[in-house]
Design a protein around this ligand. Structure first.
Ligand code: FDA
Length: 393
């Protein structure tokens, strides 16, 4: 068995597969080492099985990173249109949903198959169920694995982030970075539901489990307008997942339950027009009935509108437009769709993803400190960073 390659890629996920096919096309002898029994497990479960593979609107503003400019070069060099071209060449089509999100009509597995076909055409080799242990560098990189030792002139780390550990996700990339003297930023769960103290959960949130509605939610100066979902464990839905990436322990979140109206003005007008109407019935015109009932029982009281003073109406209106909640935490890596943090971008070239201090060593995808918002941005980063490394590794 040949044990020396031009490029060894650790991780057959979105970024690793893209890098492998690009490097293989350049005539490089490429080997991909994957811990799992098959490629692309996170692609397969993404987007409810349909893979939200990119977004029509991609810009650096959709990413979190200590250096918000780092991702610009890669995103400009390999765009969402490039990935859509690739899919078209393979006869794959997509469906556009809200916020410019694109999903594969043939299912997530079809995207993995497409990438594997491209890799096969480019002569890329794979070893699955392969645990990588020690990595050393003399002239070349030498990897000790459960399938023996392999040597590579270039080494690409594409092992993703630690979210969903039951799928085998780890912080392997950061350990390799440390091993080679590169700085990194600790991983933190992102795109993850919020949890709440047990009393508040039982009294307020659990009775509302299953309700969803469109809200505007904000924290730390960032706000999103999307669906909120009440669950038995806390708050979820796209709007909460988005916010969680920007949230730090102890931060309150504010939820505007009536994002299209100035609630105080509306309440005052209704008080004048329908003084005998009960608050709960009025709120139920604009909010799910169970939510309107809970707010009246727990927060506002339920009386005819005329019984509320001006100050009380102002308080109710302010709460409807900015319900302040204090999460106890998040569900953590167990359910997070991504993780912020990763290899510090100051250590890498933004054009090639190559370590400045270690020529020939590359980090791509979620291992790098670039994390996308919800909506296909994480895959677009994986394709773009993998493509860039694939041009030079
Ligand atoms: P990725 O995790 O894809 O691949 C890393 C690979 O490395 C894995 O195959 C892993 O087994 C392997 N590996 C890890 N350690 C190893 C080791 N030591 N040795 C060998 N191999 C090792 N994003 C998006 O844009 N749209 C979406 O719809 C979704 N949906 C979604 C749903 C769910 C449930 C999750 C958990 C995540 C998403 N995401 C998403 C995020 C997206 O899946 C993620 O950002 C990309 O898969 C990251 O691509 P990478 O190639 O960097 O890592």
């Amino acid at each position: 068995m040949n044990r020396h390659f031009d490029v060894i890629i650790v991780g057959a996920g979105a970024a690793g597969l893209m890098c492998a096919m690009e490097a293989g096309r350049r005539g490089r002898r490429v080997l991909v080492l994957e811990k799992a029994g098959r490629a692309g497990n996170k692609i397969r479960i993404s987007g409810g099985g349909k893979c939200n593979f990119t977004n029509l609107e991609v810009s650096a503003d959709n990413y979190l990173s200590r250096n918000p400019h780092f991702c610009k070069s890669a995103l400009a060099r390999y765009t969402q249109w490039d990935f859509m071209d690739l899919m078209s060449r393979h006869g794959l089509s997509w469906e556009q949903r809200d916020h410019g999100r694109l999903f594969c009509e043939q299912g997530a597995g079809a995207i993995v198959d497409m990438l594997l076909e491209e890799c096969a055409a480019a002569g890329v080799g794979f070893h699955y169920d392969c645990d990588v242990g020690d990595i050393r560098r003399e002239q070349d990189f030498s990897l000790h694995t459960s399938r023996g030792e392999f040597k590579g002139t270039s080494l690409v780390i594409a092992t993703g982030g630690p979210s969903i550990p039951r799928m085998g996700a780890t912080d392997f990339g950061l350990r390799v970075a440390r091993r080679f003297g590169l700085r990194s930023i600790p991983f933190k769960p992102a795109l993850v539901p919020f949890t709440f103290p047990s009393g508040f959960l039982a009294r307020v949130l659990k009775p509302l489990a299953g309700i969803s509605l469109e809200v505007r939610a904000s924290c730390n100066g960032v706000s999103f307008r999307e669906e909120l979902l009440f669950t038995h464990r806390g708050l979820s839905g796209p709007v909460m997942l988005q916010l969680s990436s920007y949230w730090n322990r102890g931060d309150p979140v504010h939820i505007d339950l009536l994002p299209d109206r100035e609630a105080v003005e509306w309440l005052k007008a209704e008080q004048g027009a329908h003084p005998n109407r009960h608050l709960k019935n009025l709120l139920a015109d604009r909010l799910p009935r169970r939510l309107a009932g809970m707010l009246c029982e727990q927060e506002f009281g339920d009386q005819p509108l005329q019984a509320f003073s001006r100050r009380q109406l102002e308080h109710i209106g302010a709460t409807l437009n900015g319900w302040r909640l204090l999460p106890g935490g998040t569900e953590g890596m167990r359910t997070a769709e991504a993780a912020t943090g990763g290899v510090d971008t100051d250590e890498l070239s933004s054009r090639a993803m190559e370590a400045k201090k270690q020529p020939g060593l590359y980090f791509i995808g979620e291992t790098v400190d670039v994390t996308g918002q919800l909506g296909g941005y994480n895959f677009q980063w994986a394709w773009a960073s993998g493509w860039c490394a694939g041009q030079v590794a």
